[in-house]
Write a protein that binds this ligand. Structure first.
Ligand code: AMP
Length: 501
């Protein structure tokens, strides 16, 4: 008999196969957040709050799996955390002292419900739930091999590969089987897993994706970011170390370090765009780092203007830093409408462009007749910058200069950040002058790579020992890209397999 009760209801969702729904050739990747708590009577409600704080990491689907000492319970739905988990009846269906949760954001605009995490399986050792932030770079390769051996995959996520690897392992103790699975995977992962006895956290050997340890009423918590601890008044204990596997059960805490030590390479994009500004990532305040990017930008490429205007919300901290460093007044020249989804989520370029207009409005009073510098955190396709420059001119700005608080993005990401392939990255296919022309700005400048490193307290980028995963800017991928070198099948089949988390 199964010891699992679950629901995967969804509103208006279509359980259809994930082919290339962009229509623009983008592969399917996701950004996610994870949370787990052990031994607390309000485990599910606390997990829901934690996921709410991590909502910026994934807005398309959310799920919680709890364990009540006898049975696992699961609620996984499309939509925002609050749509599902603010309801008392949903939380009541997740009894137990242990829970794990996940928020997910897929670039397709379509999400298959069976991909919504945490994933759950009945193994011969008992139930096993797993939630993953990151992306495996050998997920497809392992998947093909497992399917060849007879595995029947339920989802198209690479996370399911971990479940199957654990199931296939011949080792004795559960933790040994889990570690054997981790040794087989490559890429980026922050994982939280729940068995009928244990909560387990794991971070990839380079620490590409973040994972922190907290404590509430003596109970351990694992979360993608510290903002998920703050929302519930939990204490931040420490970051889970790169390559660390940490296990909580009724006997206490067990730490495993199954990988040979190597210099960590956390993803610099967490500081640029991904993490919430009030989080502490890798011991640094994300807000302060972003201000530092802005200040460095002012030192590198300032021009004489009347006001500094952020592209809200992502450009705000960098614009504060830019204004403080340059002495040019900071003005809210663009007002953001918070009741629309991210621009990125729109499936086609024309709808994406419409989305930018829905999202941002000019504040004439702050910009009319002025020479302005616009600051955004990053430039990807150029959709936002192009629209906003035009909007500023239409609202009467005399000069519009654009500054990006990160270097040009010229390479795709394979570790769980949603970026298009090379062809979709404006900076990969255009010169600076061509980009300035397309965007329509009077001048355009990006933060330098060394400047980005200086803003995080390094002397610059040491190519022999770079402190971060910065492949989007440098092409220096910190792991093997096994799947990329073995791609021979038709694109649509790849898309079916290429789901990440
Ligand atoms: P684009 O308009 O295509 O140039 O994209 C740049 C805008 O998207 C900036 O305002 C960024 O804040 C935002 N952005 C950058 N990276 C991502 C990402 N991975 N997912 C969603 N939005 C992003």
């Amino acid at each position: 008999m199964s010891n699992f009760s679950g629901s995967t209801a969804a509103t208006g969702e279509r359980d259809q196969r994930d082919i290339d729904l962009h229509g623009d050739g983008d592969t399917l990747r996701e950004e996610c957040g994870v949370f787990g708590i052990y031994g607390h009577p309000d485990a599910a409600a606390i997990t829901a709050l934690g996921l709410h704080a991590l909502q910026h990491r994934g807005q398309e689907a959310a799920g919680i799996v709890s364990f009540d000492g006898h049975r696992f319970h699961s609620e996984r739905r499309l939509g925002l955390v609050g749509d599902t988990f603010s309801r008392g009846d949903v939380i009541a269906r997740l009894p137990g002292d242990n829970a794990v949760g996940h928020v997910r954001y897929s670039t397709t605009g379509e999400t298959i419900l069976r991909n919504v995490q945490p994933l759950f399986a009945e193994l011969n050792a008992g139930g096993f739930a797993i939630a993953h932030n990151g992306n495996l770079t050998n997920g497809l390769t392992l998947r093909r091999e497992l399917v060849r051996q007879g595995a029947m995959m339920q989802s198209t996520t690479d996370t399911e590969v971990v479940l199957h690897l654990v199931a296939h392992s011949k080792r004795g103790r559960f933790i040994e089987r889990y570690i054997e699975a981790l040794r087989a995977i490559e890429g980026a992962y922050a994982l939280v897993a729940l068995t009928n006895k244990k909560l387990i956290g794991a971070r990839d050997p380079l620490g590409i994706r973040p994972l922190v340890l907290g404590e509430l009423d003596g109970c351990p918590i694992l979360a993608s970011e510290t903002c998920a601890l703050d929302i519930i008044g939990a204490k931040y204990v420490r970051d889970i170390e790169p390559g660390e596997v940490i296990v909580f059960d009724e006997k206490g805490t067990e730490i495993h370090k199954p990988f040979p030590p190597q210099p960590p390479r956390p993803c610099i994009f967490e500081y640029i765009y991904f993490a919430r500004p009030d989080s502490i990532v890798g011991g640094r305040s994300v807000y302060e780092v972003r201000k530092g990017f802005g200040a460095q930008l002012a030192r590198e490429s300032h021009v004489d203007v009347d006001v500094v205007v952020p592209v809200p919300d992502s450009g705000v901290p960098a614009a504060v830093g830019y204004s403080q460093e340059s002495g040019v007044p900071f003005e809210l020249g663009i007002i953001r409408n918070h009741y629309v989804g991210r621009t990125f989520i729109q499936p086609t370029q024309s709808v994406r462009e419409l989305g930018v207009r829905m999202k941002h409005a000019p504040n004439r009073a702050a910009i009319e007749g002025k020479r302005i510098i616009l600051i955004d955190d990053s430039l990807v396709r150029g959709t936002t910058s192009k629209k906003i420059v035009r909007m500023m001119r239409d609202a009467g700005a005399k000069e519009v200069h654009f500054r990006l608080a990160s270097p040009p993005i010229i390479n795709p990401d394979y570790y769980g950040i949603d970026l298009p392939d090379r062809g979709g990255l404006l900076a990969a296919t255009h010169t600076l002058e061509q980009m300035r022309d397309i965007i329509g700005a009077d001048s355009l400048a990006f933060l330098s790579i060394d400047g980005m490193y200086r803003a995080v307290g390094e002397p610059g980028r040491d190519p022999a020992n770079p402190k971060f995963s910065d492949h989007c800017f440098t092409g220096d991928y910190p792991t093997h890209l096994t799947d990329q070198t073995q791609v021979e099948q038709p694109q649509h089949q790849l898309s079916l397999l290429a789901e990440a988390s």
